[in-house]
Design a protein around this ligand. Structure first.
Ligand SMILES: [Zn+2]
Length: 447
C-alpha cells in the first residue's frame, strides 16, 4: 500500500458496510475515488480506467471508520481498572481525583499523546470526548486530535453542584462554569481544524445546579454547538433526577434546553417509552455503552426497543467506565448483552418469564451502531462509504484460525461469515490502515 499524503486518492478494495440496521452491503472489487476528503465515486474495478493509488490485498476488506460517541479522555490512565463499586462511589474514590490532576498541562499532554493514536489504531476515526474542568488541558486535547488527524468533538466538563461534586474538583459557580465553557468553545474553534468541534458538556444532572444546566442550554443555543451529557445511566442516577426534578432525566434535560438535535445522551438505560419518543422527536441520540453498562448500568440497554422507537443509537466505549478502548469489542458485547436481555438471566424464573423477547441484535445491527448509527446521532456525513460522504475508513485483515486455509479463509467463508468475524474478532493488530477525511494516518500507539 502506498501512503497518501493529501486527501485525494483512489483505492481498490472489497467494501463491507451496513447502510441500515438490518442490511449488510458487500461490494466486491470496487474503486473508491476520493477528492479533497470527499467520496466522489465508487466504481466496479472492471469499469474503472483511471489511476489506482492503493490496492488492498485479497485478505483485506475496506469498512467505514468507527464512531465512538462517549469517551472520558482524562480517565485514560485508569482504563481497565477500578470497576468494583457503584457509579456514585466510583466517581469520588477513583475518577474525580484522577480528573483533578489534569490541572497539570504536561501530564495532560502525555495522556493525550498516548490515547489519541491508540484509539486511531483501534479504528476510532471519530471520537466524542469529555475533557476535564480545565480549559488548557481540554484545548490541548482538541489540538492533539487535529495534529493526529482524528475527527473529534471535545467538551470542557462543567460541574458545580456542591453535593454532587467534591469541593476540590468543581467549578466555583454556575456563572463561572458557563463562562469557562464559552471560552473553551472559542479556543477550540480558534484552532481552525475542520476535523475538531467543541461540544457543550454538563457532566450530568447530579453534578450540576439548575442554574448551570439552564446556562449551558442557552450557551449551546447561542453558539450553535452540540451537547453531550449522561442520561438515566443507573438506578441511582435515574432516581436521583426524579427525586430532585420531579420528572425523568430526559424530560429534565429538555426543560433545561439541553435535549437538542444531535445531543449525545450517554447510556440512557432506564428510559420509558415516553422518554424514547421525546428523544426521537427532538432528534437527539443515544450513546449505547454496553461494556460500561455491565458495571454501572444495573440493567441492559434495550437497543432493539430504542431503534424501533425511531431513536438514533450509536456506540460508546465510555472509557474508563468501560474497560476496553475498542469499539469492535463493544459491538461484540452489545450483541452479548442483547442476547442476555432476550433470554433473561435468573434461573429461578421460568424460561418464558425470564427475558424480554425480541431484544436480540446481530453483528449487522451492532456494526451499524458503531458506524452509521453514530453518524446519524451526530448528523455528520460519515459512517458509510457512499458518494457525498467523507472518506473515513479502515483496511481490516480478515481472520483465519489455522485450519489450513489461507488468511481470510475466503475460499470457505461466505461474505456474511467474514463480516461476523470482523465485527466480533477485530483487534488493533488486524487494522492495517486508517484513513480520516481521505488522509492515511499512522496511528502507532504510544506507550
Ligand atoms: Zn460517561
Amino acid at each position: 500500500m502506498n501512503d497518501s499524503t493529501d486527501n485525494t486518492l483512489s483505492i481498490r478494495a472489497t467494501v463491507m458496510q451496513t447502510p441500515t440496521t438490518d442490511q449488510l452491503e458487500v461490494r466486491h472489487d470496487v474503486v473508491v475515488e476520493v477528492f479533497g476528503g470527499l467520496i466522489a465515486s465508487i466504481t466496479p474495478a472492471d469499469d474503472f480506467h483511471g489511476q489506482v493509488d492503493v490496492v488492498l490485498a485479497d485478505d483485506q476488506v475496506l469498512v467505514p471508520g468507527l464512531i465512538d460517541l462517549h469517551i472520558h479522555a482524562p480517565q485514560w490512565p485508569q482504563l481497565g481498572t477500578g470497576l468494583d463499586m457503584p457509579l456514585e462511589e466510583w466517581l469520588f474514590a477513583y475518577t474525580f481525583p484522577l480528573e483533578a490532576s489534569f490541572a497539570d498541562e504536561d501530564f495532560a499532554q502525555t495522556v493525550w499523546d498516548s490515547m489519541v493514536p491508540t484509539l486511531l489504531a483501534n479504528g476510532t476515526t471519530t471520537a466524542v470526548y469529555y475533557g476535564s474542568t480545565h480549559n488548557p488541558a481540554t484545548t490541548a486535547l482538541a489540538a492533539t486530535c487535529a495534529e493526529h488527524g482524528q475527527r473529534a468533538f471535545v467538551g470542557r466538563v462543567a460541574m458545580d453542584h456542591p453535593e454532587g461534586t467534591p469541593e476540590w474538583y468543581r467549578d466555583d459557580s454556575a456563572a463561572d462554569a458557563v463562562a469557562a465553557s464559552a471560552a473553551s468553545i472559542d479556543a477550540i474553534r480558534a484552532l481552525g481544524s475542520p476535523l475538531v468541534e467543541p461540544i457543550v458538556t454538563p457532566r450530568f444532572i447530579p453534578a450540576c445546579t439548575d442554574e448551570l444546566l439552564t446556562g449551558l442550554g442557552q450557551l449551546a443555543h447561542d453558539t450553535d454547538t452540540l451537547v453531550q451529557t449522561h442520561c438515566s445511566e443507573s438506578d441511582w442516577e435515574h432516581q436521583y433526577v426524579i427525586d430532585r426534578c420531579g420528572m425523568s432525566d430526559t424530560e429534565a434535560l429538555d426543560s433545561f434546553g439541553l435535549l437538542r438535535p444531535s445531543t449525545v445522551l450517554a447510556h440512557s438505560v432506564h428510559l420509558s417509552d415516553d422518554d424514547m419518543a421525546m428523544i426521537a422527536r427532538n432528534r437527539a441520540g443515544i450513546a449505547h455503552c454496553p461494556l460500561s453498562n455491565a458495571y454501572f448500568g444495573n440493567a441492559v440497554f434495550p437497543a432493539r426497543r430504542a431503534l424501533a422507537a425511531g431513536v438514533a443509537v450509536g456506540l460508546g466505549t465510555d472509557i474508563a467506565g468501560g474497560p476496553s478502548p475498542s469499539l469492535f469489542a463493544n459491538a461484540a458485547h452489545a450483541i452479548n448483552a442483547s442476547r442476555q436481555l432476550d433470554d433473561g438471566v435468573d434461573i429461578n424464573l421460568a424460561a418464558a418469564d425470564r427475558g424480554m423477547a425480541g431484544s436480540r441484535i446481530d453483528a449487522i445491527t451492532a456494526f451499524w451502531m458503531a458506524t452509521k448509527g453514530g453518524a446519524d446521532v451526530l448528523d455528520r456525513p460519515i459512517g458509510l462509504l457512499e458518494v457525498g460522504r467523507r472518506f473515513d475508513a479502515l483496511a481490516v485483515t480478515i481472520q483465519s484460525f489455522g485450519d489450513g486455509t489461507p488468511p481470510g479463509a475466503a475460499a470457505t467463508d461466505s461474505d456474511e461469515r467474514i463480516f461476523e468475524k470482523i465485527v466480533r474478532l477485530t483487534t488493533a493488530a488486524d487494522i492495517d490502515a486508517v484513513w480520516v477525511d481521505g488522509r492515511r494516518l499512522a496511528p502507532v500507539p504510544q506507550k
